[in-house]
Design a protein around this ligand. Structure first.
Ligand SMILES: NC(=O)CC(=O)C(=O)O
Length: 274
């Protein structure tokens, strides 16, 4: 099984959490009927991306949104990378992505490792660390197709992390993200191309649809980049989805023809976990 279909759901984020969940469920059903194997939702798909909302919209593992999504994965017999949601754990809040298999069983979860604290003059400011705690686990999950690495948004800016995913067998890197109107036009495409090129892996970024009325305007432009660095598909700013075939033979071909990963001077330098 060297090919599979991935669906990128670029959903709108409303103030109403239940409406966001319902919206996600109806897209999941639609793309599943069209043959998607793996379905990916955006970062904070059921909570406005604003630190003042995270605690109120958050839930413990196995909460309302979690159960609905696990059920959707089972009903539609798909893998679901459930975007992200605020996860409450004791007195901490994490920006967490759950992964469910075709039976609706949680097979992984990634807590955003790098918190998005930026202040760009004349542009975007944000401070996730006002409310969120950072995760510390590297996340690679297994499917019948290949191993898949999981990052959340700002995590993609740290090249060592993607390299570790690939060192752990990932051939595809999935990134629910929500770049904004400052960093999106400047960096989104370039970062997905860079991580694809330097790791010879597919990169997949899934963002919320753009909404100028919200406090944080997502750039949208959900994207897939091949291991050769080509954009194989990309959305605009509107709500919708794309379904794209991932061909794992291309990963093998690129890695064999231009064997970067074999040429790493492991005798001179290495990336290691602390
Ligand atoms: N929202 C994020 O975590 C990251 C982002 O918008 C950026 O890196 O730019």
């Amino acid at each position: 099984m060297n090919k599979f279909k991935i669906a990128l759901l670029q959903t709108r984020v409303y103030e109403n959490k239940n409406k966001n969940i319902e919206n996600a469920l109806s897209f999941i059903e639609e793309v599943s009927k069209k043959g998607a194997d793996i379905v990916v939702l955006p970062e904070m798909f059921c909570c406005p991306y604003n630190t003042s909302y995270f605690k109120d919209y958050g839930e413990e593992e196995n909460g309302l949104a979690y159960k609905a999504l696990s059920q959707a994965a089972q009903n539609n017999e798909i893998y679901l990378v459930a975007g992200t949601m605020p996860e409450i754990d004791g007195d901490k809040v994490y920006n967490t992505s759950y992964v469910f298999n075709r039976k609706g069983i949680q097979i992984e979860k990634h807590r955003k490792m790098h918190l998005f604290d930026i202040d760009v003059e004349g542009g975007q400011s944000f401070k996730e660390s006002d409310v969120l705690s950072s995760g510390s686990n590297i996340t690679v999950f297994d499917t019948e197709f290949c191993k898949i690495g999981l990052l959340i948004c700002y995590d993609i800016r740290f090249p060592e992390l993607s390299r570790i995913l690939v060192q752990n067998g990932a051939e595809v890197i999935i990134v629910p993200g929500a770049f904004n109107m400052t960093t999106g036009p400047a960096h989104w495409e370039t970062l997905f191309k860079c991580r694809a090129l330097d790791n010879q892996a597919y990169t997949v970024g899934v963002a919320p649809a753009r909404d100028y009325d919200s406090g944080y305007t997502s750039y949208g432009n959900s994207i897939i980049v091949s291991p050769w660095g080509n954009i194989t598909n990309k959305m605009d700013e509107n709500q919708g989805y794309i379904i794209e075939e991932i061909d794992l033979d291309i990963v093998k071909k690129v890695r064999s023809e231009l064997p970067l990963l074999k040429h790493i001077r492991k005798d001179v330098y290495k990336i290691e976990l602390i």
